[in-house]
Design a protein around this ligand. Structure first.
Ligand SMILES: O=C(CO)COP(=O)(O)O
Length: 249
C-alpha cells in the first residue's frame, strides 16, 4: 500500500559527469514496477539533471530550500525556483543542517511549509546523536522532532510529508543501525502518528538513512515499517545505487 522510495542525497558531492552517468544508467535499467527513485544533487546540477533524467524513472529532489519565495537572502534558493527546475522533493531538517547550520525545529518547520506551499513533497529528517542513544533518549528525541513539525501542520499537509529516520551516529560512519534498531524507531514513529490519526499513520512513508549500501539495503528494507532509504555515500556510485533500488522491489 505504501510505495517504496529510494532517495540519493549527494550532499556537496558529484559532478556534471556523474549526472550524465546516472541518466544513461537509469535509462537502460528496468526497476521494480512500484518504486519511486529520487536524486538530490547540489543546486548547480539541477538543470542538467532534469535533462539527463528525462525519460528515466529518476525524479529530482533538493537538499534544502529557503522559506521565502524571493528577497535579500544571499546564497539561498527558494522553493519556487526549485519548482521551476522540476524539483518534486526536498529535505528538511537533515542532521548536517541541524548541526552545521544550526537549523532548529522551528527552522525545519518553516522549510517544510515552504516546500508544501509550492507543491514539493518534503522529506522530514529526524535522528538522535550517539550521546542521546547511549542516554536512552532515542525515542524522546526522535518523537520530539517528528511531533514539533507534524503537530503544526494541517491534516492535508501532514499526509504529504515523508519522514526519514537517520541516526546521526550512522551517517557517513559506515556504522549502520541494525535492521532491528531501525525498525524499533520506525515503529515508534508510526505508532506516535497513529495516536493522532490511524489512516495517516498507515500511509506514512518512512525512510531509513545512515550508511545504507548495496550489502545491507535488502535486510533494512524488509522491515515492516521501513518503506525506503535515504542514501548518502552509496548514492554516488551508480552500480551501488542501482543495486539498492533493485532490492527495494
Ligand atoms: O545522511 C545521509 C543521507 O541523507 C546518509 O549518509 P550515508 O549514507 O553516507 O551514511
Amino acid at each position: 500500500m505504501r510505495t517504496p522510495l529510494i532517495a540519493g542525497n549527494w550532499k556537496m558531492n558529484g559532478s556534471a559527469a556523474l549526472v550524465e552517468e546516472f541518466g544513461r544508467a537509469f535509462a537502460e535499467t528496468t526497476l521494480p514496477a512500484s518504486l519511486d527513485v529520487v536524486i538530490l544533487p547540489p543546486f548547480p546540477y539541477l538543470d542538467a539533471a532534469r535533462r539527463a533524467f528525462d525519460g528515466t524513472p529518476l525524479r529530482l529532489g533538493a537538499q534544502t530550500l529557503n522559506p521565502l519565495h524571493s528577497g535579500a537572502r544571499t546564497g539561498e534558493v527558494s522553493g519556487r525556483m526549485l519548482r521551476e527546475f522540476g524539483v518534486e522533493y526536498a529535505l528538511a531538517g537533515h542532521s548536517e543542517r541541524r548541526q552545521l547550520y544550526r537549523e532548529g525545529d522551528e527552522a525545519v518547520l518553516d522549510r517544510l511549509l515552504a516546500a508544501l506551499n509550492v507543491d514539493i513533497t518534503p522529506i522530514l529528517c529526524v535522528g538522535e546523536t550517539l550521546e542521546e542513544r547511549d542516554a536512552g533518549r532515542t525515542q524522546e528525541v526522535v518523537l520530539r522532532q517528528v511531533g514539533y513539525a507534524m503537530a503544526r501542520l494541517e491534516p492535508d499537509q501532514r499526509e504529504r510529508v515523508i519522514i526519514a529516520y537517520e541516526p546521526v551516529w550512522a551517517i557517513g560512519t559506515g556504522r549502520t543501525a541494525t535492521p532491528q534498531q531501525a525498525q524499533e524507531v520506525m515503529a515508534a514513529i508510526r505508532e506516535y502518528q497513529a495516536g493522532f490519526d490511524r489512516d495517516l499513520a498507515a500511509g506514512l512513508r518512512l525512510l531509513y538513512g545512515g550508511s545504507m549500501n548495496a550489502g545491507n539495503a535488502a535486510e533494512l528494507l524488509a522491515q515492516p515499517d521501513i518503506d525506503g532509504g535515504l542514501v548518502g555515500g552509496a548514492s554516488l556510485k551508480v552500480d551501488d545505487f542501482l543495486a539498492i533500488c533493485q532490492s527495494a522491489g
